[in-house]
Design a binder for this molecule. Structure first.
Ligand code: AGP
Length: 370
């Protein structure tokens, strides 16, 4: 695998554009679109049984990898009969919570070497839990120390800001939950709907890259002097808010906050005025009415909303100052599409501000100290 930037100015841009291919590589040999079946090397019959008969699943991770876990949580909740918990690895270590022998602890890490995630793994190992790993790095500490798991197969990610690893983490964890739920006849229609969307995913990502590029460039010019940016969403898009905010803050050094729009009235509304850019995910899913209500709440406080939509929507378009349209996919994969304009926006803003795109200040690709 060559580590050249090819025709791209930065590794991050190359990695953003690689995503139509990398999501496919994460599915190759694992998802059979004809027979509608999933085979993941790490998820043998025995391992599937271990997970499905466990007390609960705990996802333990940091940064973008944790956001990928949050993005798939609603689907784990929906397709499995198990309690699903999310843990930020450093907070988990500070709290030292109960972990049981019949818990399944899932460690998600691009590098497989993140110190907090590794220490949390050792903690769960001592408690006798089953350890599962999703990493991108064959032979990494996390892939060696877990009992089983799967690799992302998205290729080496060089940019410190994680892009293609995030989208491949979503894909591989989606495959995992499809495999874990494959004995349910009741869930077959929903599982098939997700598999159909996965079969179109690479094309949707390519289409998204094509659709959003010019719009995002123009938006970056407009946001160049922003002192602070808010990103709102809820439900499937809560993870998108956190990940979009993480991308923008680490690349641009501008304060950016991802907020669950269900929380707006509990404090964040006070931040809204005519100066603060507010990005709102208004893509079509069961929560679209609440997304419309959030955009109205922002508008009513003289805010200038920028809406991400997946279908034409008169109410949203009338309330928004700016619209970015992305392709529509199944609700539980929409976060993967929605993050693409946000990755691009963070990239374009960083270039305009003269920042070091591939290696933002104060950050390292692999955080091996606590
Ligand atoms: C995000 O762009 C960062 N690179 C960072 O949040 C990263 O996801 C985090 O440090 C965890 O890294 P890992 O996936 O290698 O464990």
């Amino acid at each position: 695998e060559s580590l050249s930037k090819g025709p791209y100015a930065h590794f991050m841009l190359k990695e953003i554009y690689e995503q139509s291919e990398s999501v496919m590589n994460s599915m190759r040999g694992r998802l059979n679109f004809q027979t509608k079946s999933v085979m993941l090397g790490g998820l043998s019959e025995e391992n599937v049984y271990t997970i499905n008969s466990s007390r609960r699943i705990l996802f333990i991770s940091c940064g973008t990898s944790l956001n990928a876990c949050l993005a798939v949580r609603p689907t784990f909740d929906e397709l499995l009969n198990l309690p699903i918990a999310m843990e930020n690895a450093s907070d988990f270590l500070d709290r030292q919570p109960h972990v049981f022998r019949d818990d399944v602890c899932v460690f998600v890490s691009q590098s497989g070497e993140t110190a907090d995630t590794l220490r949390a793994l050792e903690y769960c190992q001592k408690k006798g839990a089953t350890l599962v790993g999703f990493t991108n790095t064959v032979g990494s500490s996390i892939s060696r120390l877990t009992h089983f798991g799967s690799h992302l197969n998205c290729g080496v990610e060089v940019g410190v800001a994680s892009t293609k690893a995030f989208t491949s983490q979503i894909v591989v964890m989606m495959l995992a939950v499809l495999r874990l739920s494959d004995d349910s006849r009741r869930l077959a229609p929903r599982r098939h709907e997700i598999m159909d969307a996965l079969s179109r995913l690479s094309a949707d990502v390519a289409e998204c890259l094509r659709m959003v590029a010019p719009k995002v460039k123009a938006l970056a010019q407009r946001l160049l002097d922003a002192k602070s940016v808010l990103v709102l969403g809820r439900g499937y898009q809560f993870a998108s808010c956190l990940e979009a905010a993480l991308k923008i803050k680490e690349l641009t050094y501008v304060h950016t906050e991802g907020i669950n729009s269900g929380e707006l009235k509990h404090g964040p509304l006070a931040l809204i005025d005519e100066n603060i850019p507010v990005i709102i995910f208004c893509t079509k899913d069961a929560h679209i009415d609440r997304a419309r209500s959030a955009i109205q709440q922002v508008r009513a406080r003289k805010g200038k909303p920028i809406a991400i939509i997946s279908e034409r929507d008169e109410e949203v378009e009338a309330a928004a100052d700016d619209i970015i349209q992305v392709p529509q996919t199944v609700d539980c994969l929409q976060a993967l599409i929605n993050i693409i304009p946000m990755q691009m926006l963070a990239y374009e803003l960083a270039v305009l501000r003269g920042n070091n795109v591939d290696c933002p200040r104060n950050l390292a690709k692999s955080v091996t100290t606590q």
